[in-house]
Design a protein. Structure first.
Length: 136
């Protein structure tokens, strides 16, 4: 194995993912087929590692694997316009706005439950538990 090539275990450790995850990325087409040595062991090149880093960064941005696949296709296809990448990001921003709204409401609900509990007497039912039971 040359200095530029790394084993699946070394790459997994370096990036902080499991070997299974790397195999899965290859299986679903996020990675091109990885070259193998004569013993059948995967040999990752620098470009493979950069692609994995791209996938992980995109996941941290809450892109799904399908959306990441679309982004990779956008990169591979110069005929595809930036407008398609912009559309993906606009959709992601919309999802994040929705999630932020949900989190703000959750914070309000939890704060109310805590305040109700702090102001309740010891002989009353726990307002936190009761509120959760009532919202089934």
């Amino acid at each position: 194995m040359s200095l530029a090539q790394r084993s699946i275990g070394a790459v997994a450790k370096e990036i902080g993912v499991s070997v299974h995850t790397l195999r899965y990325y290859e299986k679903i087409g996020l990675l091109s087929l990885i070259a193998k040595d004569t013993g059948g062991r995967r040999q990752y090149e620098a470009r493979d590692v950069e692609r994995i880093r791209f996938i992980r960064r995109a996941q941290r941005m809450h892109f799904t694997l399908n959306e990441i696949h679309q982004l990779i296709e956008l990169e591979r296809s110069p005929s595809i316009t930036k407008q398609q990448a912009q559309k993906l990001v606009k959709e992601k921003l919309g999802e994040i706005d929705q999630s932020l709204g949900d989190l703000i409401q959750l914070k309000v609900d939890l704060s109310t439950m805590l305040a109700d509990c702090l102001h309740s007497s010891d002989d009353e039912e726990c307002p936190i538990i009761e509120t959760i039971k009532d919202n089934q």
